[in-house]
Design a protein around this ligand. Structure first.
Ligand code: IFM
Length: 448
């Protein structure tokens, strides 16, 4: 079960979920700082104000990452930490923090994989219309240029957006996440288009301002359909489902096609709602990028229905599921990468995959999480099968390196390889972390 040489064994986290220090050293507010203060938005009123105190404890955390033998660590930059107002004067103390983090990672032989945006949008810019304002694409490009100027002497790997489907749709259609709006469909289409334009302009900014050639990608949710049987009809149905446009915008193609193919899906009903001149924007959105990142946690089983259309197959009663009730479907890491590579022709990076478990510190002082080890074994075997089938997968980032603030679920959900005691900030490597360390050291041979 060897993985390709130079395979990037990684783990991920995101600024708001771990940094804390929400108002330290001149940081500006983000929409999450506002959202968590609204009653009823987050489990028991939890906030990211303190989180894992990673802003102060990063040396200890990077030392633990080194103990795991991580080859890559996927972090995100908090936009309002480095640009308190989103635009305008930069906050040197915020930039200096990312300098130190990057330097500490490099000294530990861990490659930083930097996501430009993982949901903590500057509050000031939200007040100016946020993603509904066409200027948002330029705001984002300017922020990106600032980071490229500052970090690209040491950072090579970049991702523009994490899960745009979530921050646009959960944040602005269902109001389950920040900023907590319920926009009209035409507004959502505009926000989506501006986000895609911001992606394109950010890639241009990275290329123009980087001090060395970058490895640039994008990290949307991969919405995977798993063929219910081996029957080629079900296989085709699953692929058609992955390529179909959803009226709710919760799909792959509305978010991937413009970036990788330079067009919106032809059958998308929302095309009539796109801003005038969108065709020209597509040339900006469609910048050449180096890899297709995607976050895959599970897939849904699909077969060809009686009418010839793809049909979802309900999981049987008692189907395995995680603490968040997400189904455990390892072959999502086979069918997903295969589909995205076939459609977009880029190397695939699994930018997130993982599960939340009800972990606690046992009487022996350890954190026993056999289900995480079993989950990872099953999913990584499937990822390996995809590689064997010819899909160029260059990395896997486990979500998450440590327990953290799980958005509207607060600290209730534990996704980490490292356990965090939020009262004392004590870290404990879970059994899965020890297991992952062995797996990494053997490039996937041990344990799979
Ligand atoms: O915690 C989140 C992360 O921020 C984005 N992807 C899914 C994870 C688990 O829900």
């Amino acid at each position: 079960m060897a993985f390709p040489k130079d395979f990037v064994w990684g783990a991920a986290a995101a600024s708001y979920q771990i940094e804390g220090a929400f108002d330290a050293d001149g940081k500006g507010a983000s929409v999450w700082d506002m959202f968590v203060r609204k009653q009823g938005t987050v489990f028991r009123g939890h906030t990211g104000d303190v989180a894992c105190e990673h802003y102060h404890r990063y040396p200890e955390d990077v030392a633990l990452m080194k103990q795991l033998g991580l080859k890559g660590y996927r972090l995100s930059v908090s936009w309002p930490r480095v640009l308190p107002g989103g635009i305008g004067p930069a906050n040197d103390k915020g930039l200096a923090y990312y300098d130190r983090l990057v330097d500490t990672l490099l000294a530990a032989d861990i490659a930083p994989w930097v996501t430009l945006f993982h949901w903590d949008f500057p509050l000031e810019l939200y007040r100016r219309g946020g993603w509904l304002n066409r200027d948002s694409a330029d705001w984002f490009a300017d922020y990106t240029a600032l980071l490229a100027e500052r970090l690209s002497d040491r950072v090579v790997n970049w991702m523009t957006f994490n899960e745009p489907q979530c921050f646009v749709l959960l944040g602005q259609a269902t109001a389950l996440q920040a900023p907590g709006d319920k926009l009209r469909d035409d507004e959502l289409v505009l926000a989506q288009h501006n986000v895609l334009l911001a992606h394109g302009k950010a890639v241009q900014a990275l290329r123009a301002h980087s001090k060395q050639p970058g490895n640039i990608g994008y990290a949307p949710v991969g919405i995977v359909s798993i063929p219910a049987t081996e029957d080629p009809k079900d296989l085709a149905a699953a692929e058609r489902r992955m390529s179909s446009v959803s009226a709710s915008h919760w799909d792959n193609v509305s978010w991937f096609d413009p970036v990788f193919l330079g067009k919106y899906p032809e059958d998308a009903a929302f095309i009539s709602k796109l801003p005038r001149g969108y065709e020209e924007d597509l040339t900006i959105i469609h910048q050449p990028i180096d890899f297709c990142g995607t976050n895959i946690y599970f897939g849904t089983s699909v077969r060809e229905g009686r009418d010839g259309e793809p049909e979802q197959v309900q999981e049987p009663a008692g189907f395995p599921s995680t603490a968040l009730n997400w189904p455990v479907t390892p072959s999502a890491l086979f069918h997903g990468p295969r589909y995205f590579h076939a459609r977009y022709g880029k190397p695939i990076v699994i930018t997130e995959n993982g599960l939340s478990c009800r972990d606690w510190v046992a009487l022996d002082g350890a954190v026993h999480d056999p289900t995480r080890i079993d989950f990872m074994t099953r999913y990584l075997r499937e990822l390996h099968r995809a590689i064997q089938a010819g899909v160029p997968v260059s990395g896997y980032f486990h979500w998450s390196v440590m327990d953290n603030f799980e958005w509207s679920e607060g600290y209730k959900e534990r996704f980490g390889l490292i356990y965090v005691d939020y009262q004392t900030q004590k870290r404990t490597l879970k059994d899965s972390a020890h297991w992952y360390a062995k797996l990494i050291a053997s490039n996937g041979q041990v344990a799979l």
